[in-house]
Design a protein around this ligand. Structure first.
Ligand SMILES: Cc1ncc(COP(=O)(O)O)c(C=O)c1O
Length: 482
């Protein structure tokens, strides 16, 4: 979507849709929010959605469907085996990606499970630009390791570089030589990157990286869950690609990889997932894992209604009017907060606006989860639910010590087509308030700490009565009822 020009107003991001169905929101008073946070064990995953004003936890499975997606659901063909819906989905993906074979799965992490089970052996090293929590957990569970080779600039929070998700090509080749190609079952590129601020990878970088893996006979896997944002950034930031259509760019990317998987909760605006496999023998070698863990090969745990919606959603994921909106709202949010002085990940990427908690609450030691504390503060002061993407989202080292994350981020996701600009303005306003009162925020410690993916179900407590003090300061400024 080109930027809409205004007569007497600076340009602002525009919603290129109108609202047809709505869901009422609740804004609980601050004291109740404090209580809900305590009940949730200072973990935003444990909050109930009805107690949240702005749910910016994730863009996963919470994007708004279009009228066309909803109407497509009516033609879903219910069948345990041989559903026509599956063949329509397979045909659409083959048309877009040029890859024939599809293994359906109930969501992105299920694809990661299948890939890890098929390829990872104890001691193996899977190379990535950057890990995603579940992608890594499946690999380490099987005794594998992950080597993250994002370029150093990807971990610098303030920047103007357009493709901070790029993999370091020299490190990639050196790593393959050090490990030996036999010990690297696949390279996984994530386009764009979830845990380092939704930052994209350029086409040029994907091409160069897959040229290297091909040279050494290593499989290349693309995690396309966030590809719609990445397509937007390639088209708007990569000079050599700006005259190509998103469909052409998608096809050029797809042609580079042996295997492509995606979370349909993101790519496709519905709920599901799938693995596209170029090679027939490779496809057959993974086939048995689908009926064993997901569902029969023609639905893979997905509802056929969702699959029909997704077929339309794939086309919408290539429509610049639709895929521009997320990045433009994110840029607006990031730029406003950056101008105020809030340390943000810049330039704005996809998925959401990311606050650099390591700088905002630099007085909180990393072992007390600065991003975890900041995300709780935002719920207490505004009813905004974000997600911690830092040390809390890591797993401990084998010796029990903390594995400190390279970045301590609070992610405020902007699910597609969900929030309006006035709601975005509210979030910006509350982040500014929290930033100005950051000295009141202190750390958290675990009271119940699961070994794997602890951020989902762990329970924590504040190290002092800082949440009460923060709520009292908020009440003094906004009153009891806000
Ligand atoms: C890049 C990336 N890969 C994989 C996944 C996992 O997908 P799902 O949530 O559908 O399991 C996600 C989810 O957030 C993601 O962002």
């Amino acid at each position: 979507m080109p930027e809409i020009k205004f007569y007497k107003h600076d340009p602002i991001p525009m919603e290129m849709h109108k609202v047809k169905i709505v869901q009422k929101l609740n804004l609980l008073p601050v004291d109740e929010r404090l209580k809900k946070m305590q009940e949730a064990g200072f973990n935003t995953f444990q909050l109930h959605n009805g107690d949240i004003f702005m749910d910016m936890l994730t863009d996963s499975g919470v994007n708004a469907m279009s009228d066309n997606m909803q109407s497509a659901m009516l033609r879903a063909d219910d069948a345990y085996a041989g559903s026509e819906t599956f063949y329509r989905m397979n045909d659409k993906l083959t048309e877009l990606f040029g890859i024939k074979y599809l293994l359906p799965a109930h969501q992105g992490r299920a694809c990661e499970n299948i890939l890890a089970q098929r390829f990872v052996k104890p001691g193996n090293c899977v190379i990535m630009n950057y890990h995603f929590t579940t992608a890594k957990a499946h690999i380490t569970r099987l005794g594998g390791r992950v080597e993250e080779l994002v370029k150093d600039e990807g971990l610098v929070s303030k920047s103007t570089l357009p493709f901070k998700g790029n993999i370091d090509l020299e490190k990639l080749e050196a790593c393959i030589l050090k490990e030996t190609p036999e010990n690297v079952p696949y390279m996984r590129l994530e386009a764009g990157t979830n845990l380092i601020g939704g930052q994209p990878i350029s086409y040029e970088n994907m091409k160069a990286a897959t040229d290297i893996t091909r040279k050494y006979g290593i499989l290349s896997v693309l995690d396309a869950s966030l590809l719609q944002d990445n397509l937007y950034f390639i088209k708007t930031r990569e000079e050599s690609m700006k005259d190509k259509s998103t469909a052409e760019i998608l096809r050029m990317i797809a042609d580079l990889f042996d295997i492509i998987y995606f979370s349909g909760r993101k790519f496709g605006f519905a709920r599901g997932g799938g693995i596209l496999v170029r090679d027939e023998a490779l496809f057959h070698s993974m086939e048995d894992l689908v009926p064993m863990f997901e569902g029969f090969l023609t639905y893979g745990g997905m509802s056929v209604k969702e699959m029909e919606a997704m077929i339309i959603g794939f086309d919408e994921s290539l429509d610049m009017d639709i895929i521009s909106q997320g990045p433009q709202f994110i840029k607006y949010c990031v730029d406003q907060l950056d101008a105020y002085g809030v340390p943000m990940i810049t330039p704005g990427g996809g998925l959401g606006a990311h606050i650099d908690a390591s700088q905002v609450v630099s007085h909180i030691p990393q072992e007390q989860y600065p991003a975890g504390a900041l995300v709780c503060a935002l719920y207490i002061c505004g009813g905004i639910r974000g997600m911690e993407r830092g040390t809390l989202s890591e797993e401990r080292n084998a010796d029990g010590s903390e594995r400190f994350a390279s970045m301590e981020l609070v992610r405020l996701a902007l699910p597609r087509r969900v929030f309006t600009l006035s709601q975005t303005e509210y979030v910006i306003d509350r982040v500014k308030w929290v930033y100005d009162h950051r000295h009141l925020i202190e750390g958290l410690r675990f009271v119940h700490e699961p070994k794997t993916l602890r951020f989902f179900t762990g329970r924590l407590e504040p190290v002092s009565d800082w949440p009460e003090k923060l709520a009292a300061a908020y009440k003094a400024d906004f009153g009891e009822d806000q």
